[in-house]
Write a protein that binds this ligand. Structure first.
Ligand code: NAI
Length: 699
């Protein structure tokens, strides 16, 4: 049973019990309806309390029901709320810990609400591209006032109960309990105190007006428009709350219902719901049970205090985990520490970090030049030069000094993690932790599972990732892992587009219009064009048949490595990130085109987007089939959190599913006919071809 019924003297208590957050799935909804019927039929019961067991009052909809007909099956949430409102006996919601989405809507349907301090209250539906669908937009403004309610509905952010209780004239809570512990007792006493009150108060009967009316909603619309260009839901939130102020309650409910259903079918909402589930799924590894015993990680060592080492260390310091940094020379350590300090000081200057917190974090950081000092640490992450010989020397030292059971991780971006593991006598303790630059900012972490990596090491690093607020995705061992292996194909297409007639600016603009945080050439300038150059040089010998545009090499030969040299595909003013188109670069591209005997053609934005995105998709299909990624949704997560792929498109695989895999394959067949492109690459990956032929999708 996911809702329990008990009677305490003359009070019936319905307790939602659907762990982890008492999601309002069908059986819970049925349980509430049954409990209400029983309580109303029992003459000994004078009032009813609804509360939640465990860690929540209710977190809202049951995510396992997302997109399934069960979510709408009767009794749906709207019907359950009607049952509460129609109850002849008073219903009191006893709210604690979390009351979000449908959970809050349920409470708003009760006659009274008593909340524990510290409860997180939110209507987060907008984060899934929706508006609340069970009266939240009509009832919350009635109890909180229009402005506070609209702010909550548009942002989806939680606010603590004690803050809301301070709003003048609020009717959300009839009472705050003295503490979380005393809530149950106080709720029973409160229910007894209102048992004889008639008529029973209903939120729907409260007035809802904004003194400035139209002017306020116009202002709210303007605010929202600037913030949410790719998402229709926030603007809809304004519309439905406005309806609450202008229409009768039941008409407002109808407006909300229509908006909810329309949004449910938008690509944006589908993408956001996909990402919500994908992120949770990414943290689970099929053959590593969730109850796998983990190793304790209470201290970390970082080898190399360069670009990555510093950022990696900051993640752990931010989480309160002590870090020891090791370098070859004192100067390198000093430089690394100075960079960490500079980063924190910038946060302090922007008031994002308090001075005492900054000092507290720095006090967790120690340095050393000697491997022997690492003996006691629980985990080490290596971020030294990307050369296998250097990695070998480092891992042999780590094998010598680290205690048995310590986790040995490498941040390598291209090297073979199995080979690195083989430098030690304990390959089962070795794992890849591929952070993205800047490592203290980027959310993505590719966890590279070696052939011999132990299951408890995987379980441990996945939970460490959560502790340092990263979104972790497991990748098998291959060149470039999931993300960079795909981006190489994307970069190759970018090069061909220049050869065929585009400017870097045209390509970047098309991709940015599609929604990418940055087009491929601005991204190259940010990451450093020399990185791709080094990889291509390796490829020219490893894979002589592979076709590359030489334009990027010509750029690098000019020393135009990107932002770090003040010049790349674009020019940069020191200290600024604005990309300024450069006529010499454009002339260089034209000259190269001429030398190849290519007559430039006009290339549409649609072709640019399709060639770049479908190149990701085709490589990803190979990656999936090889088992490098376990699920298509993992690949979506990698691209959203690591490469600035637009969230409203749900990642490259979700986007391909939306376009239709049959159409994707058709487009690839067209691209294969272009003599300046790479026909071999555009052969649809077998998995993609199969799914397209069967009318199936990746996700
Ligand atoms: P970096 O050149 O900025 O820093 C490397 C640091 O390691 C230097 O401070 C150097 O003194 C130190 N070092 C070299 N050999 C050492 C040794 N034997 N013992 C101790 N310290 C040693 O390099 P970066 O960019 O931080 O890269 C480090 C690793 O992270 C590489 O494996 C790279 O592939 C990987 N990586 C780099 C990314 C990036 O965007 N820069 C992104 C993801 C991974």
């Amino acid at each position: 049973m996911t809702a329990q019924y008990q009677v305490h003297g003359d009070i019936a208590v319905i307790t939602l019990n659907n762990p982890p957050v008492n999601g309002l799935g069908l059986s819970t909804r049925q349980g509430i309806a049954d409990g209400m019927a029983q309580a109303n039929a029992d003459a000994a019961v004078k009032a009813i309390v609804i509360t939640g067991a465990g860690k929540a009052f209710s977190g809202g909809a049951d995510i396992t029901e997302f997109g399934s007909p069960k979510a709408l099956q009767e009794p749906n949430l709207i019907s359950v709320i009607k049952v509460l409102e129609n109850s002849e006996k008073p219903v009191v919601a006893a709210i604690h810990t979390v009351a979000m989405g449908g959970g809050l809507e349920l409470a708003l349907g009760c006659h009274y609400r008593i909340a524990a301090p510290g409860t997180s209250i939110a209507l987060p539906e907008v984060k899934l591209g929706l508006v609340p669908g069970a009266g939240g937009t009509q009832r919350l403004p009635r109890v909180l006032g229009v402005e506070p309610a609209l702010n909550m509905i548009v942002s989806g952010e939680p606010i603590k109960s004690e803050m809301l209780a301070m709003l003048p004239g609020q009717k959300l809570f009839d009472k705050l309990s003295a503490s979380a512990e005393s809530l149950a007792e106080e709720a029973l006493a409160f229910a007894r105190s209102v048992a004889d009150v008639r008529p029973l108060p209903l939120v729907r009967d409260l007035k809802c007006k904004h003194p400035q009316g139209d002017a306020y909603f116009q202002f709210a619309r303007n605010m929202v428009k600037g913030m949410s260009k790719n998402f229709p839901a926030p603007a809809k939130c304004v519309d439905v709350v406005e309806a609450a102020t202008k229409k009768k309650f039941d008409e407002g409910m109808q407006v909300e219902r229509e908006a909810f259903i329309n949004l449910m079918f938008t690509a944006e909402s589908k993408s956001l719901r996909h990402l919500f589930l994908a992120e949770r799924a990414a943290s689970k590894i099929a053959d590593v049970p969730s109850d796998t015993a983990q190793r304790a990680i209470n201290s970390v060592a970082v080898i190399g205090a360069g670009t990555m080492g510093g950022g990696i260390a900051m993640n752990f310091l931010n989480a309160g985990i002590p870090v020891k940094m090791l370098e070859m020379k004192q100067e390198a350590l000093d430089r690394g520490i100075a960079t960490i300090r500079k980063n924190y000081e910038a946060q302090v200057a922007k008031k994002k970090l308090k001075q005492d917190k900054y000092e507290q974090r720095m006090s967790l950081l120690t340095t050393t030049l000697s491997y022997d000092d690492l003996a006691g640490t629980d985990m080490v992450i290596e971020a030294v030069f990307e050369e296998i010989g250097v990695k070998e020397a480092v891992f042999k030292e780590l094998d010598r000094v680290m205690r048995p059971g310590a986790i040995l991780a490498s941040n390598t971006s291209t090297l073979d993690v199995n080979k690195i593991a083989s430098f030690t006598k304990r390959p089962e303790d070795v794992v890849g932790l591929h952070f993205f630059s800047p490592a203290n900012v980027m959310k993505l972490l590719e966890v590279v599972r070696g052939e011999k990596t132990a299951k408890d090491v995987m379980a441990t690093v996945m939970s460490v990732a959560k502790k340092i607020k990263k979104t972790a995705v497991v990748s098998g061992v291959c060149d470039g892992f999931i993300g960079n292996r795909m981006i190489e194909q994307y970069g190759r297409q970018g090069g061909f587009l220049l050869d065929e007639g585009c400017t870097p600016e045209q390509v970047d603009k098309a991709m940015e219009k599609f929604g990418m945080a940055m087009g491929p050439f601005r991204m190259g300038d940010l990451a450093g064009n020399d990185i791709g150059w080094a990889i291509r040089k390796r490829r020219y010998t490893e894979k002589p048949d592979m076709k590359y545009s030489k334009t990027a090499d010509l750029l690098c030969e000019k020393g135009r490595f990107g932002q770090k040299t003040g010049a790349g595909w674009y020019d940069y003013v020191p200290g600024k990130r604005d990309a300024i188109p450069n006529t010499e670069v454009v002339a260089m591209i034209e000259e190269h085109r001429k030398a190849l005997g290519i007559t430039p053609r006009k290339i549409s934005d649609e072709e640019i987007v399709q060639r770049l995105v479908f190149s990701l998709v085709n490589e990803a299909a190979h990656i999936l089939e090889e088992g490098i990624a376990a699920k298509a949704s993992d690949i979506d997560i990698v691209y959203i959190f690591g490469y600035g792929f637009p969230a409203h498109r749900g990642g490259p695989m979700n986007y391909a599913d939306e376009v239709g895999l049959f159409n994707v394959v058709q487009a690839m067949n067209r691209f294969a006919k272009n003599p300046l492109d790479d026909a071999k690459f555009w052969q649809p990956a077998p998995l993609l071809a199969r799914l397209a032929a069967e009318g199936k999708t990746f996700n």
